[in-house]
Write a protein that binds this ligand. Structure first.
Ligand SMILES: Cc1ncc(COP(=O)(O)O)c(C=O)c1O
Length: 397
């Protein structure tokens, strides 16, 4: 075991105004779910992503659950969702007793295969089969999904789009029909997470964004127990206690102030990894489509199992012995026991990516020295596993 200091995978950077605003929140006694920081956070977040409305809530999962309710997803409905994502993308579909239909990943961005969704919607239209209620576009690991062509098809066939942008705050489209737009702002409802491992955090929290004022009003209503105005406890539907506290929002305001710096650092870390790892045999660096402006949230490479003699999981212990935290990506959701009987379109690409994907340390505050250590281990492993045929480039050796 290494006696070097531990390098974590992805931890928050909290050196801005977090303590100051938290203290202001404490001093004001507004520690719970109303208070000026909640309003401020919502307004500034909406402005940052370029959405008309933002409604803060207690988690990204809560945001997605409310999104399902906003679009009246219910029993008998289907929602198309990628199989290669975190479980929280699909659970809210199940909360509403609807059926997830799992869509394979596509190799270019690792996001869900939008052309396959277009084919499916057109196939259903031609055969007179009921359309899915919604498509949930998940922008995984900080890279936007290639969704531009899907928009018109969904529109023409009455299929709503929900975006799960939990992992990709700050990612946007560089060119094409969506140029300049942030992920999360394109569908009818977009959802974000501020869990501790995300690019910015409130300790735990989420945000729902929409351009539709009536949806935003209903989102606020649903997240606040569906209570009608006034002092009487009157409620007009089943709601939730999904509010974000004023203290969490205080952190959110402080973190949001630093988002441009966070994005810059994440992209710099990814760039350095790309340059060093891109020349090693048996390693595929993360996708970066020319039309996309990724946020580089979680730096994830693919390990060629044949060359390495092991898949990504086989390397984790080796990093661990050097006090470096790495992590595999998710098991595809169609492999999870709750969802293994759900309908799906393909899944082979997702399974390959799930076997080969390895996330490397990429905290906003990762130092060049820490990154050097990660690179040294990766290069040593590549050399040991891949060099039987002598194909490691001299500059990487
Ligand atoms: C793709 C995706 N969707 C949803 C969530 C749920 O967010 P939260 O943890 O804030 O509930 C997460 C991560 O946590 C996620 O990675």
């Amino acid at each position: 075991m290494s006696d070097q200091p531990f390098v974590p995978l992805c931890v928050p950077s909290l050196s801005g105004n977090e303590s100051r605003y938290l203290q202001q929140g404490l001093d004001s006694t507004f520690v719970s779910s109303v208070g000026p920081f909640v309003d401020q956070f919502e307004q500034q977040f909406a402005q940052f992503v370029g959405s008309r409305h933002a409604v803060a809530c207690s988690s990204g999962t809560a945001a997605l659950h409310v999104a399902m309710r906003l679009l009246d997803v219910g029993p008998g409905d289907e929602v198309l969702v990628p199989t290669l994502t975190f479980i929280a993308s699909a659970n809210p579909i199940a909360y509403e007793r609807a059926t997830p239909v799992f869509i394979d990943a596509e190799p270019r961005t690792w996001n869900l295969d939008c052309p396959a969704i277009i084919d499916e919607i057109l196939r259903r239209a031609a055969a007179g089969i009921k359309q899915p209620k919604a498509v949930e576009i998940v922008h995984i690991l900080g890279h936007p999904a290639d969704m531009a062509e899907l928009l018109d098809v969904c529109d023409a066939h009455g299929v709503a789009i929900i975006e799960d942008a939990a992992e990709s705050l700050g990612a946007s489209y560089r060119s094409g029909p969506l140029a300049g737009r942030h992920v999360g702002t394109i569908g009818r409802v977009g959802c974000f997470s501020f869990n501790g491992n995300k690019i910015m955090t409130t300790g735990g929290g989420g945000m729902i964004v929409t351009d539709d004022e009536s949806l935003a009003r209903r989102a606020k209503h649903l997240t606040t127990q569906a209570k009608l105005p006034g002092i009487e406890y009157r409620h007009d539907e089943i709601g939730y206690n999904y509010r974000l506290t004023n203290l969490a929002a205080a952190m959110g305001v402080a973190q949001l102030e630093q988002m441009p710096t966070f994005l810059q650092r994440k992209r710099k870390i990814a760039d350095r990894y790309d340059r060093a790892l891109g020349q090693l045999p048996g390693i595929t660096i993360p996708p970066s489509a020319d039309w996309a402006e990724p946020s580089c949230w979680l730096y994830t490479i693919l390990i060629d199992a044949e060359r390495f003699g092991t898949d990504a999981r086989g390397l984790i212990a080796q990093f661990e012995s050097e006090a470096i935290q790495t992590r595999p990506i998710w098991q595809p959701l169609h492999r999870q026991p709750m969802f293994c009987d759900a309908p799906r379109l393909g899944g082979e690409v997702a399974e390959r990516l799930a076997a080969e994907g390895l996330s490397l340390p990429c905290s906003v505050d990762l130092t060049p020295e820490q990154q050097d250590r990660v690179l040294a281990v990766m290069e040593r492993l590549a050399r040991r596993s891949c060099c039987q045929d002598g194909d490691l480039p001299a500059e990487a050796a």
